[in-house]
Design a protein around this ligand. Structure first.
Ligand SMILES: N[C@@H](CCC(=O)N[C@@H](CS)C(=O)NCC(=O)O)C(=O)O
Length: 278
């Protein structure tokens, strides 16, 4: 797998501000050395806590949250969970063994998984309305786009790409069974063919002539969609022109926040394709 280093933006914890003590007047005239006005105690803006994220670099579900934390300017500390998700220690905290997963003391069980739920939580907690609008109708469209992605588009993308990515498929999938290779290939191709319809729905319905689902700025639904589409490169899926432009527009708008996590996914895909071609 690709081994691009993660640049966490962990910063040193802010030191508690020291309260300036007013010196008691000891005499009539203050000695010269102490005549200087005490420096005003600076009021520091409340520091947002670091987002502790367990993640897998080649995964677009993880890329989604990694892009979001960077784009939103949230301090984040990433732990690579490769090979760790089924350990007793991880399962004790997260019985679903899924990443991305954040840890946060404010959560009833201390952890939260599911990429969309994580972005919604962090956006709510930090008032990031730009990515997740507060107005109920606007928010409903973002939610609808994300649920539609996770429930309809993503399963097609997984069936079409996981075999080429070397990821295990889900129980009950042909790709997971001991069916003949031709049957597996048929199922994979059928899934790839099914992607076009929901993809078009994101364009014609959710974007509806706007640059992004979120309007002029990428929302959490846009981050989720663009990251998902990254996987299609592994099967050389012919993305429609609008989707290529859309992905380029998100990357341009979010810059390094998008490009850095995307390079891990792209590096992994390049590695898998090179292996398949070797
Ligand atoms: N719907 C979930 C999917 C999460 C998921 O499938 N995570 C995979 C990586 S892509 C994982 O952590 N697998 C490790 C395991 O199952 O042990 C999301 O959007 O976060």
């Amino acid at each position: 797998m690709a081994k691009a280093a993660t640049k966490g933006t962990k910063k040193a914890a802010a030191k508690p501000a020291v309260k300036a003590k007013a010196a008691k007047p000891s005499g009539k005239t203050a000695p010269k050395a102490t005549a200087k006005a005490a420096p005003k105690a600076k009021t520091r803006p409340a520091k947002k806590p670091t987002v502790k994220l367990s993640m897998l670099r080649p995964s677009v579900n993880n890329m989604t949250v990694r892009v979001f934390t960077r784009a939103a300017g949230l301090d984040h500390a990433e732990t690579d969970a490769w090979g760790q998700t089924r350990t007793a220690e991880f399962l004790a905290r997260n019985p679903a063994h899924l990443t991305p997963m954040i840890e946060d003391k404010g959560l009833p069980r201390g952890v939260l998984w599911e990429s969309c739920a994580i972005m919604q939580y962090l956006a709510n907690k930090h008032g990031l309305d730009k990515f997740y609008p507060k107005a109920p109708a606007k928010r409903a469209m973002i939610d609808s786009a994300m649920f539609y992605l996770v429930g309809t588009l993503y399963p097609y993308v997984a069936r079409a790409t996981y075999p080429a990515l070397g990821f295990p498929q889900y129980a009950g999938e042909v790709g997971h069974s001991d069916a003949q290779p031709e049957k597996k290939s048929e199922a994979q191709q059928a899934a790839a063919a099914a992607i076009a319809e929901p993809l078009e729905v994101f364009h014609s319905f959710f974007r509806d002539g706007k640059p992004f689902i979120g309007g002029n700025n990428p929302s959490i639904a846009d981050i989720r969609l663009a990251a998902t589409l990254e996987f299609l490169a592994v099967i050389d899926y012919a993305l429609p022109g609008w989707a290529k432009d859309y992905m380029a527009a998100i990357e341009k708008k979010l810059g390094k926040a998008y490009a850095e996590p995307a390079s891990d996914v792209r590096g992994y895909i390049a590695h898998m394709k090179a292996q398949a071609g070797a």
